[in-house]
Write a protein that binds this ligand. Structure first.
Ligand code: PAF
Length: 277
């Protein structure tokens, strides 16, 4: 695997690279990230796999964990090389933002100001901007993202469609620990006791998903019961809600594909998860 820290170096190989599959990351890689690389090899016709590691300061709000976000570059490189990545783009901030970023992608507030966007104002504008910038550097034919960040995938799919980008976005299922906890770089912040408690988020989402699959349409009651159960065990939930998959708006009528999504704080760690229904 070749490591590129400059845009010029990455572009020089990109031009020769045939069809490219791209998995952008912020590093501290876990099995979820590696599953994106495996899917790139198995389920796309890409000749070349490129990943990136860049902790994008812009998408962290005031008081969020940018400074303490885990950086494990050496271990990440080993995992990516073992998984068969051809090129890693790992720029520093001066390379990605040589001057303060003044031009942004502005996602539709209906998509970006709800759920995560309501608790992390400006987050999706910064995610969309850095992903567009990475796409402009890598020119991927296919880009792979994990469904754990369900709203991120929805925003990016809409960005690609509305800006006519020549990239197919593929969303991969969340990779979970044996007890159901979604793989996340932020799991590393959990104490041993919190780690034992953490799968409750998945269990509550599963209970709501199962009830809806069995025919219940009283979403308000199901959501309230799941939120109360989390709170009873010391969680501070931001939301737990059933939404339409396509645009994450409230389901107004019966039918259509649904997803139940949640974000909740356990101690100082904020976890998100979701289950398609
Ligand atoms: O999902 C992530 O790790 C980040 O939001 C992304 C897509 C790499 C953009 O910084």
């Amino acid at each position: 695997m070749r490591i590129h820290t400059s845009i010029a170096s990455l572009r020089a190989v990109r031009i020769q690279a045939g069809r490219v599959a791209f998995a952008p990351t912020m590093g501290n890689l876990h099995d979820g990230h590696i599953s994106l690389v495996h899917a790139a090899r198995k389920h796309t016709d890409a000749d070349t796999i490129i990943t990136s590691i860049f902790v994008n300061r812009l998408q962290f709000g005031q008081g969020e964990d940018f400074d303490k976000y885990p950086r494990t570059f050496e271990a990440d490189c080993e995992r990516l090389a073992a998984a068969g990545v051809d090129h890693l783009f790992a720029p520093d901030e001066a390379e990605m933002y040589p001057q303060p970023q003044r031009y942004y992608v502005e996602p539709d507030p209906e998509h970006a100001s709800i759920l995560e966007g309501a608790f992390r104002p400006g987050h999706f504008r910064s995610v969309a901007t850095v992903v567009l910038k990475l796409f402009n550097i890598v020119w991927p034919d296919v880009a792979l993202f994990g469904k754990k960040d369900y709203q991120q995938v929805m925003v990016l799919k809409n960005m690609v469609r509305e800006l006519a980008l020549p990239t197919e976005v593929i969303a991969l299922d969340t990779v979970r620990a044996a007890d159901g906890l979604a793989q996340s770089s932020r799991n590393g912040y959990l104490s041993a006791d919190e780690r034992a408690e953490a799968p409750r988020l998945y269990r509550q989402l599963s209970a709501v998903a199962e009830a809806v699959r069995s025919g219940s349409r009283d979403f308000t009651r199901l959501e309230a019961a799941a939120l109360a159960e989390l709170e009873r065990h010391g969680w501070k939930p931001d939301y737990l809600t059933v939404r339409r998959r396509a645009d994450l708006q409230l389901p107004e009528r019966l039918g259509g594909s649904l997803v139940v999504l949640a974000a909740a704080r356990l101690g100082t760690t904020r976890l998100i998860d979701n289950i398609e229904i």
